[in-house]
Design a protein around this ligand. Structure first.
Ligand SMILES: Nc1ncnc2c1ncn2[C@@H]1O[C@H](COP(=O)(O)OP(=O)(O)OP(=O)(O)O)[C@@H](O)[C@H]1O
Length: 239
């Protein structure tokens, strides 16, 4: 089943074309990594998907439903690039609030379990978010997203701010989520994570998708066994 479909999507900011005729399809159960230089348009593509910005042209579908339909996002959980939880809530208040917004009952035992898998001290759930470090706030966002139990996770640079231990823990946990059929569509600058986690990847450059395929295909196409070098070869070829 196709869970995300971009069909000939164009997006402009003022006179600048940011997304230029994007065609992309993500299937259920896929882990898909979106990479590209700063300003390539990764966040804009994600915002377009979520109908957080208007597109000039094209169609986007979520689970076969037009992305502007109110219930198109029912089965997805989104974590933005700069996640800032309300400073006046404790971590647990925030998770409870989000669960309620999603019509779910907050499950403390499960929250504690996910905290442990992300190396987040459960005692910190009782602290106000204003006392959190950047990485702790990011982990809280990840915990909320995982707790939502949605089948599609859309994450914009999820590893940003995570220390190497938390990153390793998250990667292990994602392998479990993959095992139970979740779909992950995420942007990242971390090519080793793409290599370790993703079934497929896309390189977005100057508004266009310059490559879509498996990390191994990327290496083959750009004639190097190293994904980082393959990525560089891809974008340099188009400069
Ligand atoms: N609200 C906006 N108004 C005008 N221009 C914008 C807006 N948001 C993004 N842009 C421009 O769109 C382009 C793509 O930005 P976007 O944030 O999508 O890139 P990105 O690939 O996510 O970058 P990064 O890796 O740095 O997070 C940039 O040139 C940016 O300046």
């Amino acid at each position: 089943m196709t869970v995300i479909q971009f069909k000939d999507v164009c997006k402009d900011y003022r006179i600048h074309r940011i997304l230029d005729h994007i065609d992309l399809q993500i299937e259920q159960g896929e882990f898909f990594g979106l990479v590209g230089v700063n300003g390539a348009g990764k966040t804009t593509l994600i915002k377009s998907l979520l109908d957080l910005c208007e597109i000039e042209q094209g169609d986007i579908y979520l689970f076969g439903v037009p992305h502007t339909t109110y219930n198109a996002r029912t089965h997805l959980s989104f974590l933005p690039e700069h996640f800032i939880p309300p400073y006046y809530l404790t971590g647990q208040n925030f998770l409870t609030y989000i669960a309620r917004l999603q019509g779910q009952t907050f499950n403390l035992a499960r929250a504690h379990e996910i905290c442990c898998t992300l190396d987040f001290a459960v005692t910190a759930l009782n602290q106000p978010v204003q006392d959190y470090s950047k990485g702790m706030a990011q982990k809280l966002g990840l915990i909320a997203s995982i707790l939502s139990n949605k089948s599609l996770l859309v994450w914009d640079e999820p590893m940003s701010g995570l220390d190497p231990k938390a990153r390793a823990y998250l990667k292990n946990y994602l392998v479990n989520l993959k095992g139970i059929g979740k779909t992950l569509f995420f942007s990242t600058h971390l090519l080793p994570d793409v290599e370790a986690l993703c079934d497929r990847m896309a390189i977005l450059h100057e508004g266009r998708l310059k490559f879509v395929g498996t990390p191994a295909e990327c290496c083959r196409l750009f004639a190097t066994p190293n994904l980082e070098q393959a990525y560089l070869n891809c974008i340099e070829q188009h400069e």
